[in-house]
Design a protein around this ligand. Structure first.
Ligand code: NAD
Length: 322
């Protein structure tokens, strides 16, 4: 049985990862948020509240661990990252101090959660994006703030491997969604935000929805179960360079709204807010490398994943949770 640190365990992906890892391991779950604000809390895990920007706290968190998964970051959807660039960049302290502590303690493996926001903006101007290959991160022109922090932290992991012989693994997540994800409060991402807006319209009888941008921008969305499997498999693989972990089922934001409306059984009048944060024009995941290395890629359909996510958000809203 290994002792595994999950940093950011009070958040969306971290909470699901703890559930998967605790079956065969002792899990130390760490987050900066007070325990009562964790999205999921596992009684079988060792749950600790620590600010991992602080080096001493990283040593405490990593002490005695065989493996570290770093999912801790100050982040959110476009509405958050476009307006909190400094906060996003300060997450560099978390990864840097965790890496230093992991090296000092001699952990066997270290995972860093990177993002598709590292990709060069020039390669995301066409909504008909053929899929971003891992090499498309360079020459670097990442998402300002959040994306630059992820790119820098990837390189820290790379150099800790090259110079200090640490086993570091990095996955570039493309939009992850599912139950227990942020769905309100300003940090939510498109799938959860659209589910919430459709439910609000359905319950409130307004029959209207406001969409950020013109709705023609494209993305791909990965259901959380595929995300957790990919994270663990990449951690345990021989893949040394950052690799895409995302769905290649690209959809426009209008298409995403169509799917959620179909689940809800309503049709809404669409209003487009062209001044809202929109992000890049087109983004998709090229999965050639992950297929080659793992003989697998995320495959849960958007329709299937949205049905579960919608049902979960519906329960949160009708049971009055925030
Ligand atoms: P999340 O916000 O739900 O979880 C992140 C957690 O990190 C939060 O609970 C937060 O409290 C914690 N945290 C922040 N600062 C901390 C600190 N100083 N010390 C300890 N904990 C701290 O986000 P998520 O969706 O679960 O994302 C997890 C990771 O995956 C993040 O690194 C994120 O950047 C990355 N990622 C997520 C997506 C996505 O679509 N969800 C896409 C790309 C990358």
């Amino acid at each position: 049985m290994k002792t595994i640190l999950v940093a950011g365990a009070g958040g969306f992906i971290g909470g699901h990862l703890v559930n998967a890892l605790k079956k065969n391991n002792h899990v130390r779950a760490v987050d900066i948020k007070p325990l009562n604000r964790w999205y999921q809390r596992s009684p079988e895990a060792e749950n600790r509240v620590l600010d991992l920007r602080i080096r001493e706290n990283c040593v405490t968190a990593v002490n005695g661990c065989d493996e570290v998964y770093n999912l801790a970051a100050d982040m959110g959807g476009m509405g958050f990252i476009e307006t909190h660039k400094a906060a996003c960049m300060l997450s560099v302290l978390i990864n840097t101090h965790l890496l230093m502590a992991a090296r000092e303690i001699g952990v066997e493996r270290y995972f860093f959660a990177s993002s598709a926001c590292v990709y060069n903006a020039e390669k995301q101007r066409d909504p008909d994006n053929p899929g971003l290959r891992e090499s498309d991160a360079y020459p670097a022109m990442a998402e300002d703030g959040y994306g630059w922090e992820k790119l820098f932290s990837e390189r820290m992991c790379r150099h800790f491997r090259e110079d200090f012989g640490m086993v570091t693994r990095m996955a570039r997540f493309h939009n992850v969604y599912g139950p227990f994800g942020t769905w309100t409060g300003g940090r939510e991402k498109a799938p959860a935000a659209i589910c919430r807006k459709v439910i609000e319209a359905k319950l409130g009888g307004t029959r209207e929805i406001t969409i950020w941008g013109d709705g023609l921008q494209t993305r791909s969305f990965m259901y959380i179960d595929d995300g957790v499997k990919g994270i663990v498999d990449i951690m345990n693989s021989a893949i040394e360079e950052p690799i895409n972990l995302g769905s290649s089922e690209m959809v426009s934001i209008n298409g995403l709204v169509d799917l959620v409306e179909a689940i809800a059984g309503i049709k809404l009048e669409r209003k487009y807010d062209l001044n809202a944060p929109k992000g890049v024009r087109g983004r998709n995941s090229d999965n050639t490398l992950i297929r080659r290395y793992l003989n697998w890629e995320p495959s849960i359909s958007l329709k299937q994943g949205l049905e579960k996510t919608y049902a979960w958000i519906f329960r949160q809203m009708t049971e009055g949770r925030k």
